[in-house]
Write a protein that binds this ligand. Structure first.
Ligand code: C2O
Ligand code: CU
Length: 481
């Protein structure tokens, strides 16, 4: 498992040598220097020519790469990011899923780094930080969707307990960053108002910045896929032809034992880790994105009554809202030389059952029209700008949040700093326990999540991870005391 090994080497390196590494995997890891437990990375956001989908185009990127450099750390490490904003607009960074303070120069989404400015982020991962697949992206309200859509996103891997399970160590590892792009000639197409309101999607479905890249499955062996949906709005309903998917980890890390699935729905911001067994014949198998409708037919036609009435109409935007009727090919998997047949792990890292909540709150998600603003997206009837009061929570308590989507579009709900477990959807218990930071709340659905507020005093946010909806108001603040 070459890429895994080199990543671990980087973080265990105790000299102050600087390693540049481009592994066999298609995402490249950062030039990061590792001195003891300090990882230091230079990261620069710019709007310039980069390689995308086999061509050159002017896009937003970190260090000129799409996706941005992959950062790798382990629990207890201190991460220092020397960030420079070479964009013509302000930006900042969010460390999606990490358990670090939401304040100071850690995961502080209220910071604003002006064009031309540099800022040093620095934080230490707690010793008991879960291992998992995390990521970083901009988080400046009003500009998040555009900056992510243009290309700003990268993986942040924390290697720990899960990675030490022998069956998992024996697996080969690949990283898949799913991200759609829209180009207008050879430049990012940031799209117009209508696209933005429904959540913009691009027609280029890239994996690690490439169209239909090839991955190999070790015959007889295991392949571990770490998959991130880094798209602004697009949902992916993933299926690998003729292969079951053995889920081993979700947003917040390991689940208790592998769960066999035939497909996985991955909404924006979510991650899964999956094992694939090399149990078929040599050949080519496609990783497909199956049809899914997240807007109740509104993607079909976006003008007039098609918009507010939810009626499906023909029109130029058909097929551009995740609801095409034909599966799309994202990547191809082919077999390579056989290895000794490897077993699946039986046990992973147990996800504990949470105690009963001390407090239950209810939130509604919906959209509406506001004079002078057009369509706005609302939590409890308010857009972010109009300011719901802070949700004030007590640290070291457990809460249930009932998230009721009373609208006509699906919304993936994301909470910063603390993970949660989904208890039920429309009162139907969730089939297995998992740590999540983002979960889909379908239109008309009520999802109950249970949150142990363990981590960090301070203020942060929760929001819809269709980032156009977030920028149009579907976000609110939480204050942890
Ligand atoms: Cu990935 Cu608040 O976001
Ligand atoms: Cu939404």
């Amino acid at each position: 498992s070459t890429s895994a090994a080199s990543g671990i080497l980087l973080t265990q390196c105790v000299s102050n040598s600087i390693k540049a590494q481009s592994s066999s995997s298609l995402t490249s890891s950062a030039t990061q220097s590792s001195v003891g437990n300090l990882l230091e990375v230079d990261l620069e956001a710019s709007f310039d020519q980069v390689s995308i989908a086999g061509q050159k185009a002017k896009l937003l990127s970190y260090n000129g790469q799409i996706p941005g450099p992959r950062l790798e750390a382990k629990p207890g490490d201190t991460i220092r990011i020397n960030f420079t904003n070479k964009l013509s607009q302000p930006t900042n960074l969010h460390y999606h899923g990490l358990h670090i303070p939401p304040t100071g120069n850690a995961d502080n989404v209220f910071l604003k780094i002006q064009p031309g400015e540099s800022f040093t982020y620095e934080f230490t991962l707690p010793k008991n930080h879960p291992s998992g697949t995390f990521w970083y992206h901009p988080h400046l309200h009003g500009l998040v969707a555009e900056q992510l859509f243009g290309g700003l996103a990268g993986l942040l891997i924390v290697r720990g307990e899960l990675d030490e399970i022998p069956e998992i160590q024996a697996a080969e590892e690949q990283f898949l960053v799913l991200k759609d792009f829209a180009l207008n000639g050879n430049q990012a197409n940031f799209q117009g108002h209508m696209g933005i309101m429904l959540g913009r999607e691009g027609e280029l479905l890239t994996v690690n910045g490439e169209l239909n890249p090839n991955f190999s499955i070790p015959k007889g062996g295991l392949l571990r896929l770490r998959i991130l949906n880094a798209s602004t709005s697009r949902f992916y309903r993933l299926k690998l032809e003729e292969h079951p998917l053995y889920l081993i980890a979700t947003d917040g890390g390991s689940i208790s034992e592998p769960v066999e699935l035939s497909e996985v729905l991955l909404t924006p911001g979510e991650r899964v880790e999956i094992l694939v067994r090399g149990e078929r014949e040599p050949g080519q198998y496609r990783l497909l994105n199956l049809p899914y409708d997240r807007t109740g037919g509104m993607g079909g036609g976006m003008m007039g009554r098609g918009m507010m009435g939810g009626g499906r109409m023909g029109g130029g935007m058909r097929g551009n809202r995740s609801n095409t009727n034909t599966p799309q090919t994202l990547a191809t998997f082919s077999y390579k030389n056989s290895v000794e047949t490897l077993p699946l792990p039986k046990q992973l890292i147990a996800v504990p059952e949470l105690p009963e909540p001390q407090e239950t709150r209810r939130f509604t998600l919906n959209h509406g029209m506001a004079p002078g603003m057009g369509m706005v997206f609302l939590i409890n009837g308010e857009p972010f700008e109009m300011g719901n009061p802070d949700t004030v929570v007590k640290l070291n308590t457990v809460e249930d949040w009932e998230i009721a989507n009373t609208g006509t579009m699906d919304h993936p709900f994301h909470l910063h700093t603390n993970d949660f477990q989904v208890i039920s959807r429309d009162n139907k218990p969730e089939p297995y326990r998992a740590w999540k930071d983002t979960t889909l709340v379908k239109r008309g659905e009520v999802v109950r999540i249970r949150i142990p507020f363990k981590d960090y005093p301070g203020k942060t946010v929760y929001h819809c991870h269709i980032l156009d909806h977030e920028d149009l108001g579907m976000m609110a603040t939480i204050d942890m005391k």
